[in-house]
Every structure is written in C-alpha cells, then in structure tokens.
Design a protein around this ligand. Structure first.
Ligand code: GLA
Ligand code: ZN
Length: 647
C-alpha cells in the first residue's frame, strides 16, 4: 500500500475543529496522519505532571476514523521549565553560553539529564500507545541534525572520541599536523569544540575539524539509536521506527544514523520556482535516490511541500498548478511508499505561520487542497505497485565525509560536493535511466556504471571496490578532486588522483582552480565547456576523450578513459557544464552497454519493478508542456504532469 496523508498539529487548533478536519481528511482520501513531534510542553506542563488527555482524544478520533497514525517522540522541543531548572539540558553556543530558549531543537543530545527526562516522556507515550492498532509507526524526534553543541558534556564527549580514536596525543598531533603554527596539543583536557569568533573555521586545522564533524555525526547517531532502543523495547516488532532526515543545518551521516532504524524518512521541499538557467540542476530527484540508497530499500516522505515556503526568509512563490500532485507522485516514482504533506493547515500563530500547508489559515480549502485531493485519488489507484522498487544499473557514490571536507575547505569559488553529485546524477537521469545514490563503500557488483564525484577524502574501501568493479568489466567515472586527501584530511604526497591513478591510468601534473571562469573543451567534433576546476592531465595508460580548447593548456587532455582489466575508468579533470557532463555520461552508458533515451531537459523517466510487475513513470518537471518520443510513442506532458504506465 502507498500511504498518503498529512502532518497535523491538533494542538494548534481549537478542539471543535478536530472532527471537521478529520472528516475532510477522510473525504479527501488521506490514509495517514503524523502528529505530536513538538508537544512535550503540553504533555508534561510541569515536571513529572503529565497531561495526555488531549492526545488520547485525538489518537482516538483519528483511529475511530480509520486513519493511520505516526507518532513523533516530542524530544525536539523540551519544555521551558526543563531549561530553566536544569540548564545542563540546553545546548551551548560557540562562546560556551547556553543558547536562547523558545525556538526549537536546542536540547543537548548528550546531556544525561535531558536523556533521563526524554526517556520518561517516551515511556509515558509508549505506555499509552505502543499497542494502539492505529499507531502504525513512530518518528524519533524531528530532523535531528549533527551535534554542534559546545556544552561541557559535549566537549568531554569529543575528547573521549579523540582519545578512543588516537590512543595517544602524539598520534593525534601527527595525524593533524599540529606542528603547523605551533598547534601541538599537550593535554587531552585542552581540546575544545571548534570556537574562535575572530576567525572563520578555515583558519583552524582541517584534520581537527573533520574529526569534529565525525564526532558530531556519531553523537547524533548515538542519540537516535538510544531512542530507537527505548522505543523498540516497548513497541511491537511489526511497528516500524524512523526519523526524518533533511539537508539543513548540520547534515547528519544518513547511513550511520539510519543503520538501526527500520525505514528511512525524508522531508522534501523541492523548488517552487523552476530556474530558467539551462545549467541549473533543480530537481530533488538526487536526494530521493540518496534516501532510497541509504538502506537500498524504499523509503517514506514524511514532509512534502504544500504551498509557499516562508518564515526563515521571505516567502517563496506558491506551488505552481500540478506541483502538489506531480511532486507527490515523483516521490513514489523514486521509491517512496508514503507521502505526507507538510502540513494540513498553515499555522495561525507561532514562528512558522508562513510555511504554508494545504489549507490556509482561513480554513477554506482552495486550489492547493483540490490538487491534493487529486493526488490522493491517484495514489489510491496505485495498489499494484506493492512490492515494487526502482532497480538501477547506474550508481553515484555519496560520502558524508566528502560533504564535510568540502565544507571545511572550499576548493574553488562555486565548487562544492553536493552540487557536483547532483549534477552527475542529473546527467545520467537525463537519459531516462534509474540512478542509485549509495554509500561510497557499498558493494558495486549489481551496477554497470559507477560515478565517483569529488571523492576528496580517500576511502581505501572505495578505491578497492572501484578497482575490482572496473577490473570485472564495470565502467567508472572518477572526477577531479578525487584521491586528494588521506583520512586525516591531509594532502596525500603523491600525484593526483592519488589512489585512483592506477585505475584511471592518468596523473594530474598541475591544476587550475578556475572558479566561475569558463574554459572551452573539445570532445570529438563537439565544442563544449567546463568551469570551476581544471586538472592538467598526463595520461600514463589512458586515452584522451576530450581536450581543453582554451587557456595555456589548450589541446591537452581534460577527460580520459583507461582500459583496466575488462572495464573502463573515465577521469574527468574539469567540472563540465551540462552538455559536457551529458556527453561523458552518454559515452559511459555506451561503453557499459546500458540502454538509454534522449529526453527534454527536466523530463524524467524512472521505473519501479518486482519480479512480476513493472511501472514506468514519466514526469515533466518544467513549467511548460513537453513533447518527446519514448519507445516510438509520441508523448506530451503538461507542466508537472506525471504519467504512470504498467509496462
Ligand atoms: C522542517 C521541519 C518542520 C517544519 C518544516 C518547514 O522540515 O521538520 O517541522 O518546520 O521544516 O519549515
Ligand atoms: Zn551539549
């Protein structure tokens, strides 16, 4: 079953509205409602005094209506009395002072006292609802981000993390290279979380900063695992436990955080304004494929764009006609088995009143709600997708350490890890092939093409996997800024692409961090272009696929291809503009003999299949109608139209 529904905040509305809301949900075709993830203050208004009457009531009303409920543990926002009476439960800023309360998400994950109270409120919830047949899943906290708290407890935990990792100060000093600028650390207790308001973090030691990000990711993963264990003791095995991921604030390590959980959930807020710039990569398809890749399993969307975004900045444009329906179905096309819209109704009070829901504060259902009703009706017809999932022959590797390391040291103006990953994803997706985005050290045997974008921090397992994959006949694409660093975020003292030089049959003799400047590139007869980065390449065994056609390195290789074992490795020394990336992607698909299709920009073709049934999804992520040919059939799709065929 594909679940369709909403995030609902009954606590924001007079109770008289609840029955009417529920009736409207039912009439629209909602199956699933997520509630309660920010309600600790109401559930425990004073220390140890619990009030579940209102939650019992809404759980009963939703259940009686036959709606499925996802219950959030309310730990994202601890009640203000806790911060007042126990300041050690509050996160500290970089200056060491406790953060200002009354916002949200400012609990310290590592605070033993916070955990004690969190365990108690979770216990109160599971006591009541663990066996409620209408509660079909639990969500841990809300959008936990990587722990950047600077309190004494977190500082101590960071020290223990380093001690466990390095055993001796000597080993740590060596790994980080603290002899630069007299940075030798002589006592464990001298280590702090990164501070320094005077200078940006770029002035701090990159080895130290990367280890800090590793600690921050691990601390959050520990916190989530801790809640999972508490919940799992109370909640039946058949009831899945998840948390909702996003790319915001300090990004978590998705693979580590979700490892103990039953299912991956993601909060999806795609572009409202489709950029006119032909170079812009605007789809959230890469993130959807990344979320599916975390467990290599279908996933859930527990927050989906419903109207203008706002609050944290000026409001965005409203969702264009077709977007609510089209984006919801796009989630499903990429392997989501649940889509919940954020949110049922826009808030009338509080900081988030301009992050719009399906219905506005007036409570008069309008255009957006009508479109949601259409989405519900279409989802209802998709039962035949049961047991299907996207299967891909192309994979793009993702590593959280690459993301962090690029954040710590900008390589060239405009060059960043996630945009490069997204761009490579788009290059392949534009040929109508499914793309998996998987952990950089995941097994590769099921793929025919593997893309390794900007693998900056060398992961020995990735290198071994890629070597074996290519040797066995696979086609790999390795891009510039790969093999640059060792695990301590120091530069390798060998010709780049370092550990990938052998499989690529090429070395980098020099590089040119060109920022926004455009360089010309010639690939066969085609005049193409790149920017951001230009490696000057010396092939050892590789053949040249494309050459620079401008700059002082005109006529020297920009893209190479190496035969290695029974397979091939492309090395892409320049960050291609879209046409160049697509030309390389096409060459790789042809080398690997992967069937592909030409599609207009923004049109996506994906599939879901089981052993018995296959679905084809054609989506037009454009504000204009698109006409194209697939499998001999002439097809026109209106803006944001999704066509689903059983093939
Ligand atoms: C995040 C949060 C939601 C809400 C939305 C919109 O995704 O999880 O609670 O704040 O953003 O801003
Ligand atoms: Zn802390």
């Amino acid at each position: 079953m594909i679940h369709i529904g909403v995030d609902y905040y009954p606590e924001h509305w007079p109770r008289e509205l609840w029955p009417d809301d529920i009736a409207k949900m039912k009439a629209a075709g909602v199956t699933t409602v997520r509630i309660a993830e920010f309600t600790w203050g109401l559930l425990e208004p004073r220390e140890g005094e619990f009030d579940f009457e209102w939650l019992d009531d809404i759980v009963k009303q939703l259940g009686d209506a036959g709606l499925e409920i996802i219950l959030g543990t309310p730990t994202n926002c601890a009640p203000l009395w806790m911060y007042r009476d126990y300041p050690d439960t509050l996160q500290c800023e970089k200056d060491g002072n406790p953060t200002f309360t009354g916002i949200r998400g400012h609990r310290c994950y590592e605070s033993p006292r916070f955990r004690k109270y969190a365990a108690r409120i979770i216990g109160e919830m599971t006591k009541r609802y663990a066996h409620d047949p209408h509660v079909i899943a639990w969500q841990i906290d809300n959008e936990p981000d990587a722990n950047h708290c600077n309190c004494p407890e977190c500082t101590a935990k960071f020290r223990s993390f380093l001690q466990a990792k390095y055993k001796s100060l000597d080993a740590m000093n060596k790994a980080w290279g603290t002899d630069v600028w007299s940075g030798e650390i002589t006592r464990w207790q001298d280590i702090t979380t990164p501070k320094g308001p005077l200078y940006s973090p770029n002035w701090l030691n990159p080895g130290y900063l990367l280890d800090y990000e590793r600690f921050a990711a691990q601390s959050t993963a520990d916190y989530v695992r801790w809640q999972y264990t508490l919940l799992r003791q109370a909640v039946p095995e058949t009831v899945p436990i998840t948390t909702n991921a996003c790319f915001c604030g300090h990004t978590i390590d998705f693979h580590q955080t979700f490892a103990p959980l039953d299912i991956v959930s993601y909060d999806n807020y795609p572009e409202v304004r489709i950029p006119e710039d032909e170079e812009a990569v605007y789809s959230t398809a890469p993130e959807l494929d990344l979320m599916r890749g975390v467990k290599q399993k279908n996933f859930w969307i527990v927050e989906q764009l419903s109207g203008p975004k706002g609050c944290w900045g000026p409001m965005s444009e409203t969702t264009r006609p077709g977007m609510i329906e089209g984006y919801g179905l796009q989630d499903i096309a990429h392997g989501a088995d649940m889509v919940l819209q954020f949110r049922w109704r826009s808030a009338a009070r509080g900081a988030e009143m301009y992050w719009h829901g399906l219905i506005d504060q007036s409570n008069v259902p309008g255009r957006r709600f009508a479109e949601f009703e259409k989405l519900c009706a279409r989802v209802k017809e998709l039962d035949w997708l049961e047991g299907t999932a996207p299967r891909a022959e192309v994979a793009v590797l993702y590593g959280p350490e690459q993301l962090e390391a690029f954040g710590i040291q900008t390589q060239s103006p405009g060059l960043d890890y996630r945009p490069q990953l997204r761009a490579w994803h788009e290059a392949f997706a534009s040929y109508g092939v499914n793309v998996d985005v998987i952990a950089e050290d995941a097994p590769l045997d099921r793929y025919r093409v593997v893309v390794v974008p900007c693998h900056f921090i060398t992961n020995a397992k990735t290198v071994a996997n890629i070597n074996a994959f290519v040797k066995a006949g696979g086609t790999a694409i390795i891009t510039n800024r790969s093999g640059v660093k060792d695990a301590a975020n120091g530069c390798v003292m060998q010709a780049l692409p370092g550990a990938f030089s052998e499989v690529c049959g090429v070395t980098v003799s020099e590089y040119d961090p060109i920022g926004e400047r455009t360089v010309k590139v010639r690939m066969g007869e085609c005049e193409l272009a790149g920017s951001l980065w230009a490696d000057l390449l010396t092939p050892t065994t590789a053949e040249t696929v494309a050459v620079y056609d401008s700059e002082f390195y005109k006529d020297t290789p920009a893209v190479t291809r190496n035969a290695y074992g029974s397979g091939h490795a492309y090395y892409v020394g320049v960050c291609g503009k879209r046409a160049l990336r697509r030309a390389v992607a096409k060459a790789a698909l042809e080398t690997a003999d992967v069937p592909h299709t030409e599609l207009p920009r923004g049109v996506q073709l994906t599939t879901r299949e089981s052993d018995t049934v296959k679905a084809r999804f054609l989506f037009n992520e454009n504000e204009t109608a698109q006409t194209f040919t697939v499998g001999g059939e002439r097809i026109t799709l209106q803006p944001f139209e999704m066509r689903i065929d059983r093939i």
